[in-house]
Design a protein. Structure first.
Length: 529
């Protein structure tokens, strides 16, 4: 090989490596995680978002970057849109886009659109400080079923409160950000406005990312085979019925998540959470809840506080072979062993559980992933006798986005070839809904002392509602640095209900929705509602 060719090869490898290595705050996105080839089987893989010291793109997504490649081409197809790199400072700025058009076939307004513009900033200061910030401004006309859900909630699911736009459309914004300080190898301190997710599944009964952002303080402690999370946050209740002086009511959560990597294959998790309201009592925030190592139920009794809602959860994951994972979790909102044995239908048996299986490179097909999952939540789980102490925030549940009184089975498939990605999702579930002035246990915002019955409770009671949901998409990854993709897909959704809901007749059933657009996939979005 001649000397000029050797120089070109060395420079090409250097540019490729320097473009792909960075100290980042990994976004809370399954698509992004898979694109960066994060092993779901690394230690403590049930805690999101992750702070990565270093990552590299999946090799099949990269394209060769020649030394003479112009800036605009690198920015569009290979690297962060704007980036600054020095020994003590890293900064990258990328566009956040979701520009799509769609057809909701059979709807009164069949043409839909999403117009999202924003910016995503991430960086590092020295070896100890990592940060990110994002902002989007959005206008949208959703498919009829999703439009109806947003209208009922007063918020776009997972997003902020909407404002009217062009009579029938929605306008809303979304701001997130966090700063992490890591003084050494054992501790990380994060102050942020955003979301967290605890679990190995597509859903989580511990803490999911389906609801809107919230301010939080997080401490991560990693010692030996243990990772321990303290998460304190402030939540909002948007209901007019609990407002004081036209102000939204605040509540606070304190959560612990302990992950123990017992072996290379086996991981165990212990989770606890307390939700309490202090702005309705003659005291401020309970200082005792900030103790990072206590169990909250004894503290609740010590304080004689009936306003606190305490949940306790257990989870585990096991790798039977390389690339495969069996996982599960159970959460106890209230649990009486004697009643579980003698009165299984008692309202006090408030629990939920999840069982799942995930595998990469199925049948030895590289980049073919599957997930099978079953979720079950008994009636009245996540409710509390005090309206502000429920396990919900910003008009949505903090666990499963449907609430409780449900079961759900789902299947997900993802295949990637170079920069092409195909995905499929199928789910079917049953939930018991409430009629007028009823409480059958599915809505976490209703107090459990308004329950319809104390005994003979079972999943699906009330107005039986089933959802069949299928979604498929194919995408080309324009830039893997920030997961910019051109995407086309479709959604099929069919529901059945025993007693019709007023206004539901205007929603096509089944729904058939087709879309096409350009999207930056840095956050999870849930349309299977």
């Amino acid at each position: 090989m001649t000397e000029p060719r050797i120089r070109v090869l060395i420079l090409t490898l250097f540019l490729s490596t320097s473009a792909f290595g960075q100290y980042i705050y990994s976004p809370l996105s399954r698509e992004y995680d898979r694109l960066q080839d994060h092993p779901d089987f690394e230690s403590h893989a049930s805690i999101f978002p992750r702070l990565q010291d270093k990552w590299e793109y999946h090799p099949d997504t990269t394209m060769r970057i020649l030394p003479y490649t112009p800036w605009w081409k690198r920015a569009l197809f290979h690297e962060h849109f704007i980036q600054v790199r020095t020994k003590d400072f890293d900064l990258s700025i990328d566009p956040l886009l979701d520009l799509r058009i769609g057809q909701d076939i059979g709807a009164e307004q069949p043409t839909t659109y999403q117009n999202t513009r924003g910016v995503y900033i991430q960086g590092r200061i020295g070896k100890e400080v990592t940060f990110f910030s994002s902002f989007t401004e959005n206008q949208a006309r959703f498919p009829a079923y999703y439009h109806s859900i947003a209208a009922d909630l007063g918020v776009v699911p997972g997003e902020g409160k909407w404002r009217g736009f062009k009579e029938t459309d929605y306008d809303y914004s979304n701001v997130q950000g966090a700063v992490t300080y890591a003084p050494g190898q054992f501790f990380r301190f994060t102050v942020g406005q955003g979301k967290n997710f605890f679990g190995d599944g597509y859903r989580s009964f511990f803490l999911s990312d389906a609801a809107f952002n919230y301010p939080y303080l997080k401490i991560e402690t990693t010692v030996w085979k243990i990772k321990y999370i303290n998460l304190w946050s402030q939540m909002l209740d948007l209901r007019n019925s609990v407002q004081v002086n036209d102000q939204y009511r605040r509540k606070f959560t304190s959560m612990h998540m302990l992950s123990f990597q017992a072996t290379e294959r086996w991981n165990f998790q212990l989770f606890e959470a307390v939700v309490y309201r202090s702005d309705t009592m003659n005291r401020g925030i309970e200082v005792s809840y900030f103790n990072p190592v206590i169990l909250y139920r004894p503290v609740e009794f010590a304080n004689r506080s009936s306003a606190a809602n305490v949940l306790l959860g257990f989870g585990t994951s096991y790798q039977p072979w390389k690339g495969a994972k069996l996982y599960g979790q159970i959460i106890l909102d209230e649990f009486v062993l004697k009643e579980l044995r003698d009165e299984p239908g008692s309202w006090r048996n408030k629990y939920a559980f999840q069982l799942g299986y995930f595998e990469r490179d199925v049948f030895k097909v590289k980049n073919l992933d599957i997930r099978l999952e079953y979720n079950y939540a008994r009636p009245y789980t996540f409710q509390h006798d005090r309206p502000l102490s429920n396990y919900a925030h910003y008009a949505q549940p903090l666990a499963h986005p449907w609430g409780a009184n449900l079961w759900e089975g789902l299947f997900r498939l993802n295949y990637q070839y170079r920069r092409w990605v195909g995905s499929a999702h199928f789910s079917y579930g049953l939930q018991g809904l409430d009629g007028s002035n009823e409480n059958w246990g599915g809505d976490p915002y209703k107090p459990y002392d308004t329950r319809e019955q104390s005994d003979n409770n079972k999943v699906g009671q009330g107005n039986r509602f089933t959802r069949t949901y299928m979604e498929g998409s194919i995408a080309y990854i324009v830039n893997p640095a920030y997961n910019l993709r051109v995407e086309a897909g479709g959604i099929y959704r069919k529901t059945t209900i025993e007693t019709s809901i007023p206004g539901s007749s205007s929603i096509p059933n089944p729904t058939l929705y087709l879309y096409f657009g350009l999207r930056t996939g840095l956050f999870n979005r849930y349309y299977d509602l």
